[in-house]
Design a protein around this ligand. Structure first.
Ligand SMILES: [Zn+2]
Length: 479
């Protein structure tokens, strides 16, 4: 497949003429074409992954259990679903809509159909159309199968290799990529896709809006609101087209869309908003995660002690990884970037840990981590990457009785070098919690084995995937 958004020759001519005449408005002659990206998954895989992710999301975030509000959002959602153009309908998909009791202006949709709309998004919208706009954008990611398309692309580069091998209860693959969760303000819960995907979701979203009888410009207006509410501070806008550009693009597209007849009636929407006002203030998603009981603040936060490990098991509050990264040079051969709210904690000279405060401590005289990355190199007797890795992993298993492989080895890359990745499950010896351990290995020129190990509790797994991927991607080996 070629580029997904085609700029026809006629459009180029049109732009040239427009430039020459200066006063002519910028116009294309037709709707932008959108097509699917390469995807090695079947639509049924989207459904399966989305279902797992939905279960996880509902564990993490409180649903607003108000049948009137939910029924209303579901009704608007199904109207949009019915307006998805035929070429982007999938009989396997099951779209449904739930409301999360959180104040962020946000919504996210998962592969195969589950969608979660934040209470804050409904409250921030002035009309039903504005609320529907964000939903139509999110629906478009699902209909275009962006989650699994992105996983397909990432897998080609090995970025998700280890993650995709993981089955079962935790979020794997596309969802790990898709449902990026962090604490950096508005927009972080939006599926984190490339600009190209975002533009496609805007354009298809505008089309769905028009088909459903909404003004497609409402979608653009909502992005402006998100910006006005400080959406520029988080990672969202740094990686995505600015709302101003999106606004212009959506409005441009809207000229070619015929909005189906529908009476603009906001009475029901306003009644729902009124109903929401009766509830106590909702927390932000970050607050929910912080106070959610997973890391109960027991008045036991460790003061900053530099590299001295507290002589207690880790059970402080763990801050979510910052989206700003700091670069470190290690062992004369390695460069790596990690979130700037993580600390560098050296281990035994050949390995280094990076971990957030509250995520490390000691138990039985041993240092224990709950969240973080361990990077190092080790001597092996094997010049073959697979054999050297087997040797390394079994050595780790000897010291950690609960460490079990949960995937096969996957081929991947570290700094363009062949690498292997494997996912393991473990029970953390300090906290007793189930955790996911991912190991990536590559060979150094001197035959040593480079390794990068990530550790995170199952319950936090999908909050950390983006961070771990960025760390792995940042590694430079200069041996
Ligand atoms: Zn999006």
């Amino acid at each position: 497949m070629n580029r997904k958004i085609k700029l026809g020759a006629c459009q180029m001519v049109a732009l040239t003429i427009a430039a020459a005449v200066l006063l002519m408005p910028l116009r294309t002659f037709a709707q932008t074409q959108i097509s699917y990206h390469k995807n090695r998954y079947k639509p049924g895989d989207d459904v399966k992954l989305g279902r797992q992710a939905a279960a996880e999301a509902e564990q993490q975030f409180p649903l607003l259990r108000d049948s009137e509000v939910t029924a209303y959002v579901e009704k608007v959602g199904q109207r949009l679903v019915a307006s998805i153009p035929a070429e982007f309908q999938h009989s396997e998909f099951r779209y449904y809509f739930k409301v999360i009791n959180a104040s962020d202006i946000n919504a996210f949709a998962l592969p195969g159909g589950p969608m979660y709309v934040n209470r804050g998004m409904i409250e921030a919208a002035s009309t039903e159309g504005e609320m529907a706009g964000v939903m139509a954008h999110e629906l478009s990611h699902v209909a275009l199968r962006h989650g699994t398309a992105q996983a397909t692309k990432a897998q080609k580069y090995g970025l998700l290799a280890g993650i995709l091998g993981i089955g079962g209860a935790i979020l794997g693959g596309p969802v790990g990529t898709a449902a990026q969760v962090g604490a950096q303000g508005v927009g972080v819960y939006f599926l984190k896709f490339s600009r190209e995907y975002e533009t496609e979701a805007d354009l298809l979203g505008a089309r769905i809006m028009a088909n459903a009888g909404y003004d497609p410009r409402d979608l653009a207006r909502m992005f402006q609101k998100i910006e006005a509410q400080g959406g520029g501070g988080g990672g969202f806008l740094s990686d995505h087209p600015s709302p101003a550009n999106r606004y212009a693009r959506i409005n441009q597209e809207a000229q070619y869309l015929r909005v189906q007849e529908r009476t603009r009636d906001n009475r029901e929407f306003l009644a729902i908003k009124e109903r929401l006002r009766g509830y106590p203030r909702a927390q932000t998603m970050a607050e929910i995660q912080r106070n959610g009981g997973r890391y109960p603040n027991q008045g036991n936060n460790y003061p900053d002690q530099g590299n001295n490990y507290p002589s207690n098991p880790p059970r402080g509050r763990v801050e979510y990884p910052s989206s700003r990264f700091r670069n470190y040079a290690e062992f004369n051969v390695l460069q790596v970037s990690v979130p700037d709210n993580w600390r560098e904690l050296s281990d035994q000279g050949s390995s280094v840990w990076f971990a957030p405060a509250g995520a490390y401590g000691s138990t039985n005289g041993q240092v224990v981590y709950t969240h973080g990355v361990n990077i190092g190199a080790t001597r092996t007797n094997n010049r073959n990457l697979q054999q050297a890795t087997n040797e390394f992993v079994s050595a780790l298993q000897q010291g950690n009785n609960n460490l079990r492989a949960r995937s096969n080895y996957q081929r991947t890359y570290v700094d363009d070098r062949n690498a292997l990745s494997i996912a393991l499950s473990n029970t953390n010896e300090a906290t007793g919690r189930a955790e996911v351990v991912n190991i990536v290995t590559a060979q150094l020129r001197n035959g040593d084995l480079f390794y990068l190990i990530t550790v995170v509790p199952d319950s936090d797994y999908y909050n950390y995937q983006n961070t771990f991927q960025n760390i792995l991607r940042s590694v430079q080996l200069n041996d």
